[in-house]
Write a protein that binds this ligand. Structure first.
Ligand code: HEC
Ligand code: HEC
Ligand code: HEC
Length: 95
């Protein structure tokens, strides 16, 4: 939990300083437990923005093209890298 609190604190600072760039870490809200998405780390690991952002960089969630389980778990399976189990993504609260 301590780590989560620090993440939140860091997010608050980043969102104030940020200018059009995505935050390094994005908390994706979910009733099943929020997901800590390391956006910057993914940018570095994946390189091509269009792998996830089909049209243009920005909020995918609002684009109607967001199929998170297919996108996220699909790649993790393909690369044999990254979590595929529920609780390894859905961490905060819920189950
Ligand atoms: C592994 C998938 C993935 C890759 C690769 C990726 N993104 Fe994202 N990006 C996301 C997700 C997931 C979100 C957050 C969900 C949402 O609101 O769309 C996001 C959000 C964003 C946002 C909006 C941030 C906000 O706070 O609303 C911007 C801008 C963005 N990305 C730019 C980029 C750029 C530029 C690149 C390439 C250098 C990139 N992304 C690569 C998955 C990715
Ligand atoms: C195109 C490939 C790709 C996509 C799409 C992708 N990931 Fe990943 N993900 C990775 C790789 C590769 C790693 C391992 C990174 C490492 O350990 O260096 C990873 C690691 C992770 C981790 C482990 C902790 C961390 O950040 O290192 C989490 C959590 C995670 N991904 C969540 C997500 C979520 C949520 C999405 C969808 C919004 C997503 N990923 C989409 C490739 C992807
Ligand atoms: C790779 C990470 C990852 C894994 C593994 C994963 N999820 Fe998710 N899940 C997500 C993301 C990201 C969202 C969308 C959150 C958002 O709205 O941005 C999501 C959304 C959901 C939703 C939609 C409703 C809600 O709470 O927002 C449910 C239900 C859910 N997941 C359950 C599960 C279950 C059950 C499993 C295991 C079988 C699982 N997830 C595995 C990342 C993951």
């Amino acid at each position: 939990m301590q780590a989560l609190h620090w993440t939140c604190a860091a997010l608050c600072i980043l969102s104030c300083v940020g200018t059009g760039f995505a935050q390094d870490v994005i908390i994706l809200q979910s009733e099943s437990g929020n997901i800590i998405f390391t956006h910057k780390k993914h940018q570095e690991a994946v390189k091509d923005c269009t792998t996830c952002h089909k049209t243009a960089p920005g909020s995918i969630r609002k684009s109607g093209q967001y199929r998170p389980h297919k996108l996220c778990i699909g790649c993790h399976e393909n690369r044999k890298s990254g979590p595929v189990n529920c609780v390894d993504c859905h961490k905060e609260s819920g189950s």
